[in-house]
Design a protein around this ligand. Structure first.
Ligand SMILES: NC(=O)c1ccc[n+]([C@@H]2O[C@H](COP(=O)([O-])OP(=O)(O)OC[C@H]3O[C@@H](n4cnc5c(N)ncnc54)[C@H](OP(=O)(O)O)[C@@H]3O)[C@@H](O)[C@H]2O)c1
Length: 353
């Protein structure tokens, strides 16, 4: 039986008791600009400082986003006395080192996806955060969207029955220029880490960590993964297929099938979107849901920022909807897939649980 009423989304609404944190940005590139815009337009959070490897770029970013302080080094940013939390938006190759630097300065840290390039790096970050008593969170914004709270409730209530299958996909047509960061092994490029992290976290959310992982795919001329299909077995007759590509823009949908019902998210499933819940009976009923809020696209990056502030206010050291152990496991699964493809820079294999 499908539920007659879908759960009400749990929203991370601004000014619902969370502290107004003072944010410092490291890595003022493309997504950092979207993040600062979303924060200032849709949250009570404020960016007070920006740090770049160049004073000129920090100044330009600060001017574009109305940020008071601009500094020409990461060291100066993380040490800035006005900064409560550091948002790291540099390429993934730098996430571990920059995150550890911010944690050592006693700052909470929100690190862009993927939080790191290997399970060992991710573990180092979350352990350092725990030891320092600061919140460390991957900026997996999909987990903080309204639809994610509805999905969590449906899964927790057993609305799908026993979950048996996940199919999730994320492909983008990335420029083939070898200097683009996704084509560069030294910046930990490749489809799996950058794009595949979204469908991988989706599979983990529905089925937990895999028991086995098998990957097919191909490398770019620069040696990073161009595309990959990751097939995983999970406990309880669970299977998942995660596909990712940086050589083709794909449908970016995601589905979960259980013994009682299945759910299909519209594209792109990792953005504010919609879903259809379908009964497992032949020609059974369907229920449609779509995000009732006005936030679309990158404006929805603000949900995770308000969630982050709420967690800081609650004294949490990890996200309750994206636990450290799970975050490390997701990066470990991506690492395994990269090793199986022989991607340059993927050096060790994290054994799946
Ligand atoms: N949440 C999302 O939807 C989303 C979307 C896109 C990207 N991302 C993630 O955000 C991160 C940044 O992606 P992006 O596309 O915004 O990259 P980007 O435009 O290239 O910006 C990254 C910035 O990091 C700084 N940086 C620090 N060390 C660097 C290094 N060794 N090489 C190059 N730049 C370095 C640079 O600023 P300075 O030189 O001024 O210091 C650069 O502008 C990635 O981890 C990516 O996966 C997330």
């Amino acid at each position: 039986m499908l539920p007659t009423h879908l759960p009400t989304p749990e929203l991370f609404l601004p000014e619902s008791g969370e502290p107004a944190l003072r944010w410092g940005i490291v890595g003022p590139g493309w997504i950092a600009g979207e993040f600062a815009t979303a924060l200032h337009a849709h949250s009570a959070q404020r960016v007070v400082a920006v740090g770049s490897r160049s004073q000129e770029r920090a100044d330009a970013f600060a001017a574009a986003h109305g940020i008071e302080h601009a500094v020409g080094s990461v060291a100066a940013l993380v040490a800035h006395p006005l900064v409560d939390v550091v948002y790291i938006a540099a390429p993934q190759s730098e996430h571990e080192a920059l995150g550890l630097q911010a944690i050592a300065a006693g700052k909470h840290v929100l690190i862009e996806k993927p939080i790191a390039t290997s399970a060992a790096e991710a573990r180092a970050l979350v352990e350092a955060g725990r030891a320092a008593g600061v919140l460390v969170m991957e900026a997996m914004w999909s987990r903080y969207l309204p639809q994610a709270s509805v999905l969590r409730r449906l899964l927790a209530d057993g609305a799908l029955g026993e979950v048996r299958s996940v199919v999730a996909d994320h492909g983008q047509a990335i420029p083939t220029d070898p200097s683009h960061r996704l084509n560069r092994p030294d910046l930990a490029g490749g489809a799996l880490l950058d794009l595949g992290v979204y469908p991988m976290q989706f599979a983990f959310q529905a089925l937990g960590a895999p028991q086995s992982i098998q990957t097919i795919g191909a490398l770019t001329g620069t040696g990073v993964d161009a595309y990959a299909t990751v097939v995983m077995q999970h406990r309880g007759l669970g299977q998942s297929v995660v596909t990712t590509s940086m050589v083709a823009r794909s449908h970016t949908t995601a589905s979960i099938a259980g013994t009682e019902a299945s759910i299909l998210f519209g594209a792109p499933f990792y953005n504010p979107s919609s879903f259809r819940l379908t009964s497992a009976e032949h020609f059974g009923p369907v229920v449609d849901w779509s995000d009732p809020t006005p936030l679309r696209g990158f404006a929805a990056l603000s949900w995770q920022a308000t969630a982050f502030a709420r967690y800081v206010g609650e004294g949490r050291l990890e996200s309750p909807v994206h636990a450290h152990e799970e975050t490390v496991g997701i990066i470990g699964a991506l690492e395994t897939a990269r090793v199986q493809l022989g991607a340059v820079g993927a050096v060790r294999e994290e054994v799946a649980a």
